[in-house]
Design a protein around this ligand. Structure first.
Ligand code: ZN
Length: 273
């Protein structure tokens, strides 16, 4: 009798613990979704696919990405997308899951996605930020053409600078491996030049970002003497150097100031902040 009763008690305790844990996880899930519906949650992400590091099996990455997109679209949130060496799957899943124009969805719920935007018109289109862009210009063109409110995120550590500046020394734990080891490391400049070539008078569809702490702009070391190896952490005060790089890649008549103001307007359009 005794061993049986101990076993039964143990079973009951385990079942009890399991049910408690399950209800706790369901509670957290519901609370998290509620929290993300709050207007002060300005976007969902970063989320997406990383076939460079492949930290998770690709089928699981795709399934999680799809579910996250569905929740974000349901709530009418802007999307911050991570994609690395996964052009085809990222493009396919975005086009399958994200409507180009979310006007119908928003009118159906009679709640505009971003009523606080100064100009409400852009909020009718899905707002997408492809963050820290490193993939192919062809992929950039296809998603820019498909989504009217999509912008390409430009970070500071331009791989094109690094090989010509061997004097830049990053602390080993902060080396941006994911960027400088890309074989297609001139993609960022090519994407900017492609935008300019397609419509020289249109504003650039880019956002300037730090992707802190890793991406210190390489050209910063050229313009300020004595900083070699002393700026391992990137922050938003370094964005003017990123803008300068973009202006050079775009060519005349772009200037760093113009790039900064166009990127600022894009940030307001995408995130409403
Ligand atoms: Zn990322």
């Amino acid at each position: 009798m005794k061993p049986n009763s101990t076993q039964t008690k143990l079973k009951r305790t385990c079942t009890h613990l399991f049910l408690n844990l399950l209800s706790f996880l369901i509670f957290i899930f519901i609370i998290s979704l509620e929290a993300m519906a709050h207007p002060r949650c300005v976007a969902w992400g970063e989320m997406g696919l990383d076939y460079h590091y492949d930290h998770s099996p690709r089928d699981i990455q795709r399934s999680v990405f799809t579910r996250q997109l569905r929740q974000a679209v349901r709530l009418g949130k802007p999307l911050t997308i991570h994609t690395r060496e996964a052009d085809d799957d990222t493009e396919r899943i975005l086009k399958e899951e994200v409507p180009q124009d979310c006007r119908v969805r928003n009118l159906a719920s009679s709640t505009p996605a971003h009523p606080h935007l100064l100009n409400p018109l852009p909020s009718f289109f899905s707002q997408i930020h492809i963050h820290c862009f490193t993939d192919t210009p062809g992929f950039a063109k296809r998603v820019l053409d498909h989504f009217p409110n999509l912008c390409i995120g430009i970070t500071g550590a331009f791989p094109a600078f690094l090989p010509s500046q061997p004097h830049i020394s990053y602390p080993t734990h902060l080396i941006p491996l994911g960027v400088i080891t890309y074989s297609s490391n001139t993609n960022t400049s090519a994407v900017i030049q492609q935008m300019v070539a397609s419509n020289p008078s249109a504003p650039l569809r880019i956002l300037l970002e730090t992707d802190a702490p890793y991406m210190v702009p390489g050209n910063l070391y050229d313009s300020i003497n004595g900083l070699k190896g002393k700026l391992p952490i990137c922050h938003s005060a370094m964005l003017p150097w990123t803008a300068e790089f973009v202006a050079k890649a775009a060519g005349e008549p772009w200037t760093a100031d113009r790039v900064m103001s166009e990127a600022r307007a894009n940030a307001k359009m995408i995130y409403g902040v």
